[in-house]
Design a protein around this ligand. Sequence first.
Ligand SMILES: *[C@@H]1O[C@H](CO)[C@@H](O)[C@H](O)[C@H]1NC(C)=O
Ligand SMILES: *[C@@H]1O[C@H](CO)[C@@H](O)[C@H](O)[C@H]1NC(C)=O
Ligand SMILES: *[C@@H]1O[C@H](CO)[C@@H](O)[C@H](O)[C@H]1NC(C)=O
Ligand SMILES: *[C@@H]1O[C@H](CO)[C@@H](O)[C@H](O)[C@H]1NC(C)=O
Ligand SMILES: *[C@@H]1O[C@H](CO)[C@@H](O)[C@H](O)[C@H]1NC(C)=O
Ligand SMILES: *[C@@H]1O[C@H](CO)[C@@H](O)[C@H](O)[C@H]1NC(C)=O
Length: 460
Amino acid sequence: MVMISVSFLFVVFNALIVPVYSQTCQGTAVYAPCSSNSACGCFPMVTADNFGVCGFLWLTCARLTPCQGTNDYCEQPDHVCVRHPRCQNQPVCYPLQMIDQRVCPPPTNIPVDTTTPLTTTPEITMTTTAPFTETTMTTTVSFTETTMTTTIQTTTTPSASVKPADNICATATWSKQGITVAGGGGTYGSAYNRLNYPDGIFIGKNQTVYVADTDNNRVMKWVKNATVGVLVAGYGGSGTNSSQLRRPKDVVVDGDETVYVTDHNNNRVQKWLRNSFRAMTILNLANSYGIALDDEETLYVSASSGGYIYQQRKGASKWESIGNNGTQVQHITIDKNGAVIGVTTQFKQVLIKHKNQTKFYYIADGSEEYFLNPSFDPYSAIVDQSGYVYALERSNNRVTRWSPGAKTGTVIIGGRGAGSAAEQLNSPTDITFDDEGNIYIADTYNHRVQKFLINKSSCN
Ligand SMILES: *[C@@H]1O[C@H](CO)[C@@H](O)[C@H](O)[C@H]1NC(C)=O
Ligand SMILES: *[C@@H]1O[C@H](CO)[C@@H](O)[C@H](O)[C@H]1NC(C)=O
Ligand SMILES: *[C@@H]1O[C@H](CO)[C@@H](O)[C@H](O)[C@H]1NC(C)=O
Ligand SMILES: *[C@@H]1O[C@H](CO)[C@@H](O)[C@H](O)[C@H]1NC(C)=O
Ligand SMILES: *[C@@H]1O[C@H](CO)[C@@H](O)[C@H](O)[C@H]1NC(C)=O
Ligand SMILES: *[C@@H]1O[C@H](CO)[C@@H](O)[C@H](O)[C@H]1NC(C)=O
């Protein structure tokens, strides 16, 4: 456990979690005016050409630490790497609190351009637990320095890998009515409260939902109960440069909040350090599709062509092929024993490859039999601690649950035709658990992520 103490100026905390927006500046010189608050100026971002953030100019240099590594990243949460030559020649980490629009509001004489789609105007967003009080909002130039110390705890070996709790018993049930936890609103869109054909989903700490927002060419993060998402990867619309994505299909996030994305149409896998505008390519792979992370932070990637699954152990630079069943594999997941679970839409099967074995088996029974129902149509599947398989069937708009070895499954969610009601799905593509055993589904044609609450009252 490492303890870091960080001091901020004039921050007054309350318990609310609200998304806030930072003011940005483009094509402007360092320190150029960018806000109706004359105490704010433009700080060019190191990771983005010609793009900067509008921040409070007069933070004490001593409070700003240099950015790290060759990629100029900030280890402290909620900091961005900017140029600030008055303080240091080297880029420094600037707190997002100081580039909040409530500190540096947009210039009053420049109308806010609402016609530009959000995806072409990179906007740094953040979630903060520290909204400013009325007094700091109306102050324009001088702030009174009342220092407050925040203690940030980071564990040395963090893991964001979420597994369902052990107590999903045989008789557990799930609510039939889904709750929308990301997107929705009856339509697709590119505003931050909308999604556009979302595909892979990942649940991080505190039930934070990460979504591969495929047709918006971006990855969004929705904290619990949020009504608007935060952009975490994919800036500037569809494209091939290091800020961009083209039809991303799946996402995982590690304990450092590094985001890994299968950038499907760019045939690569991208790694985005927290708050970074640019990604690194960590694997070139035709039709990269599914991605998973195990408890040891080994990454696994599948492709919807070729059939190979690759793994990269934490800290290693090399990728190894861990098997080829000769089929297309869409979404993948890792069970508690380290087995890789994959789905092949080509053969309409759920596959399992046990740790340290090369052979794939069809589940649920470990034999080589197909599920006997010819209409079985899995697109993504998960397995709980007792070995129950949960298959998300895309064209059947339902989830079926299969006890270990069973030849028939039980419909637990959906199965009421394609539709947008709370108990319906429309061409869903991905399924996952949170650590309580609640089920989340990427309800793709409804442009939303649905959460189905677990009911364990019959478990003991
Ligand atoms: C999760 O919530 C706890 C308590 O509110 C908070 O301290 C922690 O920072 C949160 N973690 C993440 C990754 O959001
Ligand atoms: C989310 O909303 C539920 C229900 O309104 C509430 O009980 C819970 O405390 C909220 N959680 C957070 C993190 O805001
Ligand atoms: C990538 O292209 C977009 C759109 O043209 C642009 O906004 C962004 O700055 C570019 N990123 C890099 C790293 O060049
Ligand atoms: C898999 O192999 C590794 C290294 O060869 C070994 O340490 C580990 O115990 C094996 N795991 C299982 C489940 O057999
Ligand atoms: C894929 O796995 C299944 C189940 O074990 C097996 O029947 C099939 O032959 C495998 N295909 C290849 C090409 O290995
Ligand atoms: C949970 O399941 C029990 C039956 O096992 C049922 O009586 C109860 O109403 C359910 N609770 C909810 C909130 O649906």
